[in-house]
Structures are given as C-alpha cells and as structure tokens.
Design a protein around this ligand. Structure first.
Ligand code: NAD
Length: 333
C-alpha cells in the first residue's frame, strides 16, 4: 500500500534538494503519494504567512513529512517556520545522527554519534521582551514533562539500536534551576534503564571532548539550544552540513529534514548537495517500516561518495545536485 507523505520543498536550495530526494526514494521502489505543501519566504507574498494553515493540516493528516530548509530572517521579520512547526505539532525530539561516511573529507574517522535534542522549549519558547530601550530579556523555559519525555526517547533509542551509553549535556553548575531540572529529569529516567550506561557533561566541556575524544561518546541528550549548537559541531566532525540528516519526532507525527539551512547563495544553481536530505528521507523510510529501501538508499549514497566522481562541490567534485542524484539512483542496484 502506498504511504501518504507531505512534501515541503521549502525555499533557497530546498526545492532542488527535496526534488532529488523524492526521485531517489521513488527509485528505491517505495510507493508514496506525495502531498506537496508550500512554506517559506517565497510564499509570504501570496499567503501573508510563511506557514499557511494547509501545511500543518496536511502533516496532521499524513503523519509524516519530508521537509526542505526554510529561510528565517535574522533579528526581525516572521518567526521561524521550523520552530513554529515543531511546537505546533509537538515534535518534541530532534534526532540528528552524525555518522562518518567514507569518502567525505574530515579530520575524523569512524564518528558514530547520535544527538537527541529537546525541540519545544528552552530559549526557543520565543518569550522575549525589551526592558526599557537598552536591555532585552529572553526567558528560558525548562519543564520536567518535556525533559523526561526527551530523555525517555534517548534511552528507548539506545535500547532499540544497541547503543551502550547516554550522556546528558547541560550547564547546571550555572543555571541551577532550569538546567538542574533537566539533569534531574534525565537522571530519573536513567534509573529505568540499568543496562544503558548513563553520565552527564557540562556543555562547554562536552564541546571540547567531542573535538578531542569523540569516540568516548554515543547517544547525547540535550536541551534545545545546546542541542542545536552541538549537533552542528557533530556535523562538522563528519565532514559538514551537506551530509547531516535529521528528524523531528513526536508521539504520532514525524518531520524529516536536513540539519542545514536554505543556503540562499546556491539557490537555483543546481549546486547544493542533496545528501543530507536523501539521508533524512532514508530515516523517514525506516520510520515508515521500509527498512530495506532505507538500506538501499543509504548504500547508494555511500557508494557514490566513496567513488568520489559524481559528487557536489562541497565533497570535492563538480557534479550538480541532479546529476549526483542520478548517480545515486544508478547505484541503488
Ligand atoms: P546554511 O546551512 O543554509 O548554510 C551555511 C553554508 O553551508 C552555506 O553557505 C553553504 O556553504 C553550506 N551548505 C549548507 N547546506 C549545503 C548543502 N546542502 N550543499 C552544499 N553546501 C551547503 O546556514 P545559514 O547560512 O546560517 O542559514 C541560511 C538560512 O537557513 C537562514 O535563514 C536560517 O535561518 C535558515 N535555516 C533553516 C533551517 C531549517 O529550515 N531547518 C536550518 C538552519 C538554518
């Protein structure tokens, strides 16, 4: 039976890379009815909002979406579509695996880390105001409920994927109440998973340790802001944003998207690397119960990157987005 999936092309390089990922998924033999829903700055003029109501409605109906990146203006303008979408659909986990792919240039080898980032609160709650004219205040919200459910996801993920350890990352030495509550919540959940090793690290030390000794770590669970920053650091360890996939997961809905943004300077140039979106689509296939197709897609990506001939500029080649997708389709076997 065909799967129903919402496809959000996004803006910037989004339309090109999601088109490439769609072609690869279809070539892997999975039947999907795509419900295309437009979001992002390009449709602001038409709908007066970057996230028209039909987008959320479509995702609520299908339960699954593949999403391209969407531009967020800095400092002023509309609120982030990504943050709004994650909060509106209660997609409380942002899952970002960082796995070395042979052939992708990096100073590191054999990186195999998983970031489980809380996705709905922290400083991303969007509660900000000016205090007079010369000061501004952002409020950091941490709740026991959100911290425990993201922790539970991290431990369940570790059990389901045969991982050995979960590390909670925080700054509870300074933010004793907010980060203290996050740490206490993860510790509490850890007590139910005696077979999984548990430890915690202060976020600044964690960044240094990841650069110096990444092999010591496995699954990490973090509040929203640290999760955002540390996952880009981990994307750097495996060779950059072009190959870093991600997923936003709730109890009944999941939205799969690359870690990177809309890279506006490459928009419409057939230059961007679609690998992160294709690997996000592979995560989606696994979520849909299409594990075999997910393996074929991942295998095709790895083969093309290992050969190093039909790869985009960021991987040292000169292939275009669509030509690299063609090569991956050929490599599916
Ligand atoms: P970015 O990830 O878009 O780009 C940073 C740089 O990384 C690019 O200039 C490019 O050199 C490289 N890059 C990124 N993706 C690439 C790809 N697929 N192939 C090749 N090179 C790639 O980050 P940014 O410039 O900070 O953000 C641009 C916009 O994207 C901003 O408006 C930001 O808010 C938004 N953004 C959206 C999402 C999302 O939709 N989930 C995530 C992050 C950033």
């Amino acid at each position: 039976m065909a799967h129903e999936v919402t496809l959000i092309p996004g803006d910037g390089i989004g339309p090109e890379i999601t088109a490439a990922a769609r072609r690869v998924v279809e070539a892997a033999g999975v039947e999907i009815n795509w419900h295309v829903a437009e979001a992002g700055q390009d449709i602001m003029a038409e709908y007066g909002t970057p996230l028209p109501g039909n987008v959320l409605e479509s995702i609520r109906q299908t339960g699954v979406a593949l999403k391209g990146p969407v531009t967020t203006p800095v400092g002023s303008g509309f609120r982030s579509v990504n943050v709004t979408l994650r909060q509106a659909l209660d997609l409380y986990v942002n899952l970002r695996p960082a796995l070395s792919i042979p052939g992708v240039k990096s100073r590191y080898e054999n990186i195999d880390l998983v970031i489980v980032r809380e996705n709905t609160e922290d400083l991303y709650a969007g509660i900000e105001h000016m205090v007079g004219e010369d000061a501004a205040e952002s409020i950091k919200i941490i709740t026991r409920k959100a911290s425990e459910r993201v922790a539970r996801f991290a431990f369940e993920y570790a059990v389901a994927h045969g991982r050995r350890k979960v590390t909670a990352v925080h700054k509870a030495n300074i933010m004793k109440l907010s980060d203290g509550l996050f740490l206490e919540s993860v510790r509490h959940v850890a007590e139910s998973y005696k077979d999984i090793e548990f430890e915690d690290r202060i976020v600044d030390n964690m960044c240094m340790q990841l650069v110096q000794k990444p092999e010591l770590y496995d699954v990490m669970v973090l509040p929203n802001l640290y999760g955002d920053i540390v996952s880009d650091l981990c994307a750097g360890l495996v060779g950059g944003l072009g190959v870093a996939p991600g997923a936003n997961i709730g109890d009944a809905i999941a939205v799969f998207e690359p870690v990177h943004g809309s890279a506006p300077k490459y928009a419409g140039k057939n230059k961007a690397n679609a690998t992160a979106t294709i690997l996000s689509a592979a995560l989606m296939l696994r979520y849909l119960g299409e594990g075999e197709a997910a393996d074929r897609v991942t295998g095709g990506v790895k083969k093309v990157i290992a050969e190093g001939k039909m790869v985009t500029y960021d991987l040292g080649g000169d292939a275009g987005t669509s030509e690299m997708a063609d090569a991956i389709i050929e490599a599916l076997g």
